[in-house]
Design a binder for this molecule. Sequence first.
Ligand SMILES: Cc1cc2nc3c(=O)[nH]c(=O)nc-3n(C[C@H](O)[C@H](O)[C@H](O)COP(=O)(O)OP(=O)(O)OC[C@H]3O[C@@H](n4cnc5c(N)ncnc54)[C@H](O)[C@@H]3O)c2cc1C
Length: 533
Amino acid sequence: MISDVLVIGSGGAGLSAALEAKKENVKVLVVSKAYPTNSQTCQAQGGINAVLETTKNDSVEDFIEDTFIASKNIASKNSIKKMCETSEDIITWLDEIAVPFSRNEDSDIAQRKFGGTTKRRTCYSSDYTGLKILHTLYDQCIKKEIEFLNEYFFLDFIKEENSIHGAIFLNIQSAEVVKIFAKSVILASGGYAGIYEGFTTNSNMTTAEAIVKAYKNGAKLSNLEFVQFHPTAIKGSNTLISESARAEGAYLVDTKGNRFIDELSTRDEVARAITKKLINKEEVYLDLRHIDTKLIDELLPQEKILAKTFKDIDITKELLPIVSVAHYSMGGILCDEEAKSSLKNLFVCGECAQGNIHGANRLGGNSLLEIIYLGKKAGMSAVENLKDSSIKEEIEVEDYQSYIEEILSSTKVVNVLTLKKELGEKLFYHLGVFRNKKEMEELLEYLNKLETSLKTATIEDKSKIYNKSLIELLELKEAVYMAKLITKSALSRKESRGAHFRTDYDKSLSSFEKRSVISLKENVDELTYEDVV
Ligand SMILES: Cc1cc2nc3c(=O)[nH]c(=O)nc-3n(C[C@H](O)[C@H](O)[C@H](O)COP(=O)(O)OP(=O)(O)OC[C@H]3O[C@@H](n4cnc5c(N)ncnc54)[C@H](O)[C@@H]3O)c2cc1C
């Protein structure tokens, strides 16, 4: 198969990139392991940040400043500025293509105040913002006749020297390996917080294998140690209660019913305050009982349903027990302002990318903005790149069909679900809200052993028809590799900054006011620190 632009991933970033590229009337193919209506983006509830003409008492300068302060000085002010300056255009575009934004009494797009910000600048669609955006983008893709291949699992890139010329996929429905050649490839495969299985707000599809493949093919990764922990997930299910709850006035209270932190501090601070209480065997609750029921029904209907469904709690009358769990990856594949990765013909956007915008701590509402902003940049750059690239069908690639057959014919059966859970638990307790050298070194030892034992592993189900266990095994192998890269990055940053808090180095150090960069040099991980300008 051949395409001009190949987009891997059909979340908000991938679809924005595809739509932008399609404007130039080139062939665009979007391939993903799930269906476009069902990516991580559809779980985003709270909203998307922007300064609009109608936004009261706010300015683009304040938006830039808030984002930069939250980044703990390791984002690029220039990149942030460009994104913030474009925010109104992005909301106007989304509004025009029919995203049903909530409105205020003047019929202007309504905005709420999120944590770590000084102003009300988060636009929303009730508490279904990501879902509404994603489905509207998909409608547009259908209208523009963009092609899709769903349930195709990305296995590897097609690469010659330092250039990417396409990708290899496994058809999940048939276990058949397929090569797709393209002049430009956009990777929009989402983040890596999902590998904290059982301790994450992410879906079980957010598993990082594509980021690992980019790394193994020579792409630079950056800031991997910055895993954001969301303060408020429902205890027992890890289902997210969006920051919009606190934005609309919900309190955080401890076992004695006392509030113990400004609920709208940045996420790293709130998550630490909550986790300290939990370590001390206290409970922490989200308290919405004082909020008008009508307001809850209008602005937080999903949160109300989630609390009822997953905990059988009526948030208008009862306290909701919560915990802080892995939520978002600030790190990812390093790219420049035009979404270019360090590999020729490869562009990256969305949560898999490290575009120097979030630094050590992302503000709620900035991710949905970034995925569209950087997604559009990736689409533009991919089209621009077409004139310098060509289809190279003669490149020899690894025989993945034999690799799949080999896995299926092995006799060493492992229970992937149990191992995924074990990995998640180890990551949460050894590389969680609080970390230290000893715990992380123990984790590395565990990861090395697990990696070795998975080399020849297989699953019980040997079928080739819709073998989801096979996909889960492939995901797990790369998740372990990803976990090692995060751990190495976290061990190397001997300081505390934003979401990365080390109990053995509890201060920020100016010598670490840099982004970390990890890359593979002759099969050895090389970690460096670079100034961010
Ligand atoms: C519960 C929750 C609530 C959130 N709320 C907000 C919010 O209110 N505001 C905000 O700004 N941000 C929010 N976020 C963050 C935001 O939703 C994400 O950062 C964003 O949606 C990521 O978009 P994406 O397009 O990069 O990735 P995704 O939406 O994760 O899409 C990734 C795509 O890649 C595909 N893919 C992955 N691996 C492979 C593979 N191996 N082969 C083929 N395809 C693959 C997937 O199938 C999917 O189509 C929230 C996140 C969560 C988890």
